[in-house]
Design a protein. Structure first.
Length: 217
């Protein structure tokens, strides 16, 4: 059950101490499967990242886990994951799940080479994904901090082309659009129909429900 919950945490980082410009607006990423067999079963999806430079909202809509939304306070490092679960709509307090673990999962070397993504010039990194011992070409925008995503706090900027490994395979994330308009304030609030719950309390309630359903007939 815990492994299932970790799959809900998508994409998502702590502050990287560097003089970079604040980002206010929306980032739109295209998410595609790198498995040629799964591409037909898992069509491309979108990930939206909204920021007012204090709060971020990350929306991920995929055929694997459905719609998932993360709302995070960047300075306080507090976050809630909005999920539709068997016990109802839950705002899962996911602070412990969004701590940066990039140094454990990745190592990287800066390389020569640039490409443009959404009209912005990005620099190249050769990144080793440690769990599969494989290298990938990542690209990042140096002037924007990596804290607007998760898992990349030690990176020298915002990843605009990167890869994530999951039980369903390897997925590529590529920045397709950047919008500098201030997002609506309501985007960063937790809807009233969602019940706030800690991770441990959520697991306990899910396990209790499963035990009840599998009990004596």
């Amino acid at each position: 059950m815990r492994s299932f919950t970790f799959l809900l945490i998508f994409s998502f980082s702590s502050f990287f101490a560097q003089k970079q410009v604040p980002f206010v607006g929306r980032l739109t990423y295209e998410v595609t499967s790198c498995d040629s067999i799964l591409k037909d079963k898992l069509p491309a999806s979108k990930m939206f990242v909204y920021s007012n430079d204090t709060l971020i909202r990350i929306e991920n809509n995929s055929s694997v886990v459905g719609v998932q939304t993360l709302i995070k306070h960047l300075n306080l490092n507090k976050s809630y994951l909005l999920i539709n679960s068997p016990i109802g709509k839950i705002a899962l307090q996911s602070n412990q799940l969004t701590q940066a673990t990039d140094s454990l999962n990745y190592s990287f070397i800066k390389k020569r080479g640039t490409k443009k993504f959404a009209g912005l010039k990005a620099k190249k990194l050769v990144v080793r994904v440690k769990k599969i011992n494989t290298d990938f070409d990542f690209y990042y925008i140096e002037k924007i901090n990596g804290r607007y995503l998760n898992n990349f706090s030690s990176f020298p900027g915002l990843p605009v082309l990167y890869y994530l490994t999951t039980p369903e395979g390897i997925f590529k994330y590529e920045l397709k659009e950047i919008d500098y308009h201030l997002p609506a304030k309501d985007l960063f609030g937790i809807p009233s129909e969602y019940k706030k719950m800690s991770f441990d309390a959520f697991i306990n309630e899910i396990e209790a429900l499963q035990n009840k359903e599998s009990g004596p007939k």
